[in-house]
Write a protein that binds this ligand. Structure first.
Ligand code: UD1
Length: 372
């Protein structure tokens, strides 16, 4: 049997390596096909992840590119459906990960052709339907047959939505598999000395969510607090293309770039970023993945969101939701510097073996389906 494994955007590339290896290690009878939708396509947003994380070259590249939400999702749906109809041997299942437009687009194309969908990182809910990702999560889970969850809240949410307990499996966090296996390689790159930074004496700041960067007033305030925080600790600021466009549009890019204690860079490679986050004093972010990585690394994380679909990073981990409260952000930076910040602990099953558990569950699911 063949399992078609879909990636489209940066966080998907990170998560897919352990899944492919997990399937290969536990299920010798299964073959995989790697489908890249082309949602992210720049070298820095895509190819560099394939190189560093040892991902195989995609078997299929759908070239969908950027676009409006509906347009991009429709292109993904259309082009994946075409591939499913035209490929020599249709897959026995489509495996999708996370919550990006590629996740929902391919899940829809697949289920409509009667090919079951397996969702890795299922069940996460922010309960905020203004986020495109929340829509993607709810829709993908509604049409998936096997739901592999990364933290216990995933199971609870899915049960409340009427999913059967048997369709849900807690496998842990595949992204943390990657973090654990790549930490040495990331450290060996020594990004700190290249950037003139000292261990534990700088902040890593990332933001790209439309709710933060598309509102000029809020973006302005966030930049002001970045400048203020940079007076206490240097800030490394890898800038997503969307954020860069917005900063240029409101005339703030120059200001940040020319500030001596703000290191605004192009999007970083996986190793460069991990080398920086793992030695940072504080991570400030609106990224779901970085919230989890901060928890696994036990680095304080100030999350620029009103809510999170990953509650374990707040309940057990190192994350605090700051929302849009820039005053609170500056206060919490002080708390960390003066050692008044909460401690976290690494969640259960974020142990580096989630990919193997995913592999076994995929094999068991397909075997059971064949029997019935
Ligand atoms: C997508 C995901 C988001 C994820 C993020 C990680 C959705 C709805 N959102 O958001 O959940 O956290 O990826 O990065 O799927 N662009 C480039 N080069 C690229 C890709 C994008 O320049 O290789 C620019 C384009 O101007 C594009 C914009 O970035 O319009 C946004 O890209 P898009 O894929 O629409 O969403 P992200 O904001 O990256």
């Amino acid at each position: 049997d063949i399992v078609a494994c879909v990636v489209g955007a940066r966080p998907n590339f990170v998560k897919m390596g352990p899944i492919l290896r997990g399937i290969a290690a536990t299920s010798p009878n299964l073959q995989t096909r790697l489908i890249h939708t082309g949602q992210h396509y720049d070298d820095a947003m895509s190819d560099s992840f394939f190189r560093q994380l040892g991902l195989p070259k995609p078997d299929v590249y759908l070239s969908v590119g950027s676009g409006r939400q509906g347009e991009q999702t429709a292109k993904i749906l259309d082009s994946y459906e075409r591939w499913l109809l035209e490929c020599e041997q249709p897959p026995a299942a489509t495996l999708v990960v996370g919550d990006v437009n590629s996740t929902v687009g391919c899940a829809l194309a697949s289920v409509k052709l009667g090919i079951p969908v397996i969702h890795v990182e299922a069940g996460l809910r922010s309960f905020d339907r203004t986020m495109p990702e929340e829509i993607n999560r709810v829709v993908t889970d509604a049409i998936s047959e096997l739901l592999l969850v990364s933290e216990p809240s995933g199971r609870e949410n899915l049960l409340k939505e009427g999913k059967s307990n048997e369709s849900i499996r807690l496998c842990g966090n595949v992204m943390i598999d990657v973090l654990r296996s790549q930490l040495d390689a990331a450290t060996a790159l020594d990004p700190l000395s290249k950037m003139g930074l000292t261990k534990n004496q700088y902040v890593v700041w990332t933001m790209h969510r439309p709710s933060n960067v598309d509102d000029p007033e809020l973006l302005h305030q966030l930049c002001e607090s970045m400048i203020q925080i940079a007076e206490r600790l240097p800030v490394v600021f890898p800038v997503h293309p969307r954020t860069r466009n917005r900063l240029e549009a409101i005339g703030l890019w120059q200001t940040l770039e020319s500030s001596p204690s703000i290191l605004a860079t192009a999007p970083l490679s996986y190793h460069e970023l991990l080398g920086l986050t793992s030695n940072a004093k504080i991570i400030i972010t609106d990224s779901g993945g970085l919230q989890e990585e901060a928890t696994a690394l036990e680095i304080p994380c100030l999350t620029l969101r009103e809510n999170t679909e990953r509650p374990i990073t707040v309940d057990e981990g190192t994350s605090v939701l700051v929302g849009h409260d820039v005053g609170l952000l500056v206060t919490l930076v002080d708390d960390v510097i003066e050692n008044r910040f909460k401690q976290g602990k690494c969640p259960q099953l974020w142990d580096g073996s989630a990919g193997r558990r995913v592999g076994s569950e995929v094999a068991a699911f397909l075997a059971a389906r064949k029997e019935s």
